[in-house]
Design a protein around this ligand. Structure first.
Ligand code: AHM
Ligand code: MG
Length: 325
């Protein structure tokens, strides 16, 4: 599904990593087809159960998760898996796998029924030395990721990957039945004039986020001296894809309904892989207080605040947190 030229573009020389990335590309191609056909076979709507985080699962959440699990748990290079849709990690029955894959099989799934872009997000880690095959093996900093990526199922299905040598974009080529490269290196502008935030949560935000968004909205006559546009798809993959393509900043900050230091988005399979892709394209990612990829994880489904995208904007939010507003 991905070939040697694709891995050269990615700068990836690890054969096991490349084999796993290739399998994930195939899984994403299958998910693309299941989404496209879902309305005809009764696969839209709810699955009738909640996931570990108490969220109602969509039928396609479960289908996408099963496609990841079926393919990767049997993969000779994979030792274990963890997913947004599963309470606990799964471990392969075979020996010899050296890699862990952690994923959100269908992110933004509230958008499925209205035919708006959704995606799959994934991160690949190495099994730590002396691992006893428990959840602790997955609790690695974002800086230790071997690879990160997402597929966005939109008007076109695109796959965006990094193995630590830039961020590369592929698009599904129907004629060739494969992902073909389209963007050899994303380069994110340091400045931005577009932000993404769920503004309906405004009354719950911390003071620095209140101030940051208020300043953006004052436009060229305010302290920022320029106008900002706003977009919110409610699908992180679509927001990050837009930001990689035309710039901007994405915020899902801590708010007063959450425990201190928490956010909505999950560290291991949402925040960290997106932070790696954004950083490898020249951007930055923070909770407002700490760089996302420096966080020492404490739980598989840990949630963190996320501010990611153009460096100038992330730095601005961090400085407002330091000042207290
Ligand atoms: P999900 O993984 O359950 O789909 O939730 C994550 C999604 C992100 O894609 C998106 O940024 C956010 O939740 C949208 O949240 P909200 O519905 O509060 O706007
Ligand atoms: Mg998600």
């Amino acid at each position: 599904m991905l070939d040697s030229a694709d891995f050269s573009l990615l700068g990836s020389t690890d054969p096991a990593l490349n084999r796993v990335l290739s399998s994930i590309a195939s899984i994403c191609a299958d998910i693309k087809d299941r989404i496209a056909g879902a309305a005809h076979v009764g696969e839209l709507g709810l699955a009738g159960q909640d996931n570990v985080q108490g969220e109602a699962q969509k039928a396609l959440d479960v289908i996408a998760n099963d496609l990841f699990v079926e393919s990767l748990l049997a993969h000779p290079d994979v030792a274990g898996l963890a997913s947004e849709e599963m309470d606990d990690a799964l471990w392969a029955e075979h020996d010899g796998g050296e890699l862990l894959v952690v994923f959100d099989p269908l992110d933004g799934s509230s958008n499925i029924d209205v035919n708006v872009s959704v995606g799959s997000i994934f991160s690949i880690l190495r099994v730590p030395a002396n691992s006893t095959h428990d959840a602790a093996a997955f609790l690695q900093r974002g800086r230790d990721q071997l690879a990160a990526g997402y597929a966005v199922y939109g008007p076109a299905t695109q796959l965006v990957l990094s193995t630590g040598s830039g961020t590369v974009g592929f698009s599904w080529h129907t004629g060739q039945q494969k992902f073909a490269p389209v963007t050899s290196q994303y380069r994110l502008s340091q400045a931005a004039n577009e932000y993404a935030i769920n503004a309906s949560n405004q009354r719950y935000w911390d003071a620095p986020i209140q101030q940051y968004i208020a300043d953006c909205n004052l436009g060229e006559t305010g302290p920022r001296g320029k106008n900002f546009n706003m977009r919110w798809v409610a699908s992180m993959v679509a927001e990050i894809h837009r930001i990689l393509t035309r710039g901007g900043v994405f915020l899902y900050p801590h708010d007063s309904r959450m425990p201190e230091g928490h956010g909505k988005l999950r560290l291991l399979y949402e925040a960290n892989p997106m932070a790696m892709l954004i950083e490898q394209a020249g951007g930055d990612s923070s909770t407002g207080i700490q760089k996302i990829m420096d966080i020492e994880p404490t739980a598989l489904h840990q949630r963190v605040p996320v501010i990611t995208g153009a460096c100038e904007e992330v730095t601005k939010v961090e400085s407002m947190y330091r000042q207290g507003s």
